[in-house]
Design a protein around this ligand. Structure first.
Ligand code: UGA
Length: 426
């Protein structure tokens, strides 16, 4: 089939490349010419494992990119909206970019005679596709629904593993306004071995939020249990390993520590809370999920102060700045509140991350290093903030510290006995 993909962020570019891999012809659209040029030369505008190989294989063949909405809509049968949905200052979803993309699509659809389906892949709160996107497209195209189709097809792609997740899904959800639109979208995935869940638009939107909110809840629950275990001298990892063997619970996302970050969990839980409040319902459990998550990083600094007393003027090494391993993304990283708190206490912060130093430099004027050992030199303590593989084997490297005190926020290490090793929740 012929597909256009609006937005070349990580969801858009990965979806475009993977649709090409499934045999479809794909045109990417973005307002940023530099991204268009990169894609047309087969270079991904963002880093994702496996993406460079796919773009190299299909760019200039089944995959191209353009600034021109009219061209993309005219030459394809389906358009996916894959633009960002950030939080507004109040924590609610900001639909500005979705609205702009819908208006542009509507304008182009007005110039096209043939049937065309618009699919929202961006994460949007329930009712958005029906009550925001659809009226904008109708208004701008001058066409009523039926002359074109509309669907909602959420993504479940982990950053860093997005290509793998797209091509090996455990679920595909297609919400649609009518059977014709839904059939067209579902058929795009016929090359994948995965049952397609068919539903209506608002249910598809809700499934995406519930998926992320449930995973975030699992993490905050594990953190709360970890905080209690810590007080009782119990290893919460031993507890959760046993608990996770129950098939109804499962072993994943039970790792307690410094909490969740990234561009999805915090934003999506906030947006779901905002939507619930709009209906007059106060979601107490979701509020608590965020509260527990906000407090975890401060527990790192409290443990540090318990050991060192005042941290004023003390050198504290922060290892790990990205919100998780294998990415340079620092959005809502738990290391941000930690560094801020350290600086507020006038500590001297030396940091290292294998990929994210550059991004963190834009936020904090602290000392950045090119290796863990450089950051550790002479430090009074070390905080482990991100689950990078290379931190797992750290041991003799701590010899270079002034005081070998290590507080681990990710259950990463197993250092020798001469290191004063403290787990955040264990
Ligand atoms: C998340 C979801 O996992 C994807 O399914 C979803 O499609 C995506 O959001 C999205 O909405 O686009 P992602 O934000 O890339 O993906 O990150 P995860 O790998 O899920 O990790 C999120 C955070 O949770 C990280 O900060 C990680 O350190 C933390 N985490 C994860 C824990 O603290 N404990 C755990 O047990 C697992």
């Amino acid at each position: 089939m012929k597909i256009s993909v609006i937005g070349t962020g990580y969801v858009g570019t990965v979806s475009a490349a993977c649709f090409a891999d499934l045999g479809h012809e794909v045109i990417c659209v973005d307002i940023d010419k530099s991204k268009i040029d990169l894609i047309n030369t087969g270079i991904p505008p963002i880093y994702e494992e496996g993406l460079a190989e796919l773009l190299k294989k299909y760019a200039g063949k089944r995959l191209s990119a353009t600034l021109d909405y009219d061209f993309a809509v005219k030459n394809t049968e389906i358009s996916f909206i894959c633009v960002g949905t950030p939080s507004d200052p109040g924590g609610n979803i900001d639909l500005g970019i979705v609205k702009a993309a819908s208006a542009n699509l509507g304008d182009s659809l007005g110039k096209k005679k043939d049937y065309h389906v618009v699919v929202v892949k961006s994460t949007v709160v329930p009712e958005t596709t029906e009550k925001v996107v659809l009226p904008i497209i109708e208004g701008h195209s001058g066409k009523h629904i039926g002359k074109f189709g509309i669907a909602m097809n959420p993504e479940f792609l982990r950053e860093g593993k997005a290509v793998h997740d797209f091509l090996h899904p455990d679920k595909i959800v297609v919400g649609s306004i009518d059977k014709r639109s839904g059939d067209m979208v579902a058929s795009l995935y016929s090359g994948l071995e995965c049952e397609v869940t068919r539903t209506n638009l608002r249910t598809a939107e809700m499934i995406k939020y519930v998926n992320n909110a449930f995973l975030a809840t699992k993490i905050s629950f594990s953190n709360e249990i970890g905080n209690i275990c810590k007080k009782l001298g119990i290893d919460t990892y031993e507890v959760m390993k046993a608990v996770g063997r129950d098939f109804r619970i499962g072993p994943h996302f039970l790792n307690s520590g410094a909490g969740f970050g990234g561009s999805c969990f915090p934003k999506d839980v906030r947006a779901l809370i905002g939507k619930a409040r709009e209906t007059g319902y106060e979601p107490q459990l979701l509020n608590s999920v965020l509260e527990v998550n906000e407090e975890q990083p401060y527990r790192m600094v409290s443990l540090l102060k318990d050991k060192l007393g005042s941290i004023k003027g003390k050198k504290i090494a922060v290892l790990g700045l990205a919100f998780k391993n294998d990415t340079d993304d620092i959005r809502e990283s738990r290391s941000i509140p930690v560094i801020k708190e350290l600086l507020d206490n006038e500590a001297n912060v030396s940091a290292y991350d294998p990929m994210a130093n550059g991004n963190m430099k834009k936020l904090f004027n602290i000392k950045y290093h090119d290796s863990a050992i450089d950051a550790l030199r002479g430090a009074d303590a070390c905080l482990i903030m991100t689950e990078w593989d290379e931190f797992k084997s750290l041991d003799k490297e701590f010899d270079i510290m002034g005081r070998k005190l290590v507080i681990d926020g990710r259950h990463m290490l197993a250092p020798g006995k001469d290191v004063e090793y403290i787990g955040l929740c264990w």
